[in-house]
Design a protein around this ligand. Structure first.
Ligand code: HEB
Length: 88
């Protein structure tokens, strides 16, 4: 699949940065490449599915679509793709 990283960056800024920019509420911080390594190893389809539907990790909760039900699947996927690029 190919992703729109420009759109992803904008979606991230508006919907994901709240938690992932500074790594608050247990969210993996965007700049913490070590924290992202094992997560990225799951592969894009899994990362995207978990971001769309939300999930509870060992301790913390990732809300479905970052808590914004208006985001489309492809907007979420583009934001995930941007985060994976940025964290690497
Ligand atoms: Fe998040 C995780 C994405 C928003 C919180 N996230 C995560 C991940 C991803 C994401 C990819 C990883 C997964 C795995 O590992 O599998 N996000 C995202 C996006 C967005 C977001 C794209 C926008 C749409 N988040 C968000 C918010 C918050 C969060 C807003 C808060 C509120 N997350 C989170 C957490 C986590 C995550 C806490 C972790 C969980 C566990 O534990 O694992």
């Amino acid at each position: 699949a190919s992703y729109d990283l420009v759109e992803g960056a904008a979606i991230y800024a508006d919907n994901c940065a709240t938690c992932h920019q500074e790594g608050i509420m247990g969210a993996p911080k965007i700049t913490d490449s070590k924290a992202w390594q094992d997560r990225i190893a799951q592969g894009m389809p899994t990362l995207i599915e978990k971001s769309i539907n939300g999930y509870t990790g060992a301790k913390f909760m990732m809300p479905a679509r970052g808590g914004n039900p208006e985001l489309t699947d492809s907007e979420v996927a583009n934001a995930v793709a941007w985060m994976v690029e940025e964290s690497g």
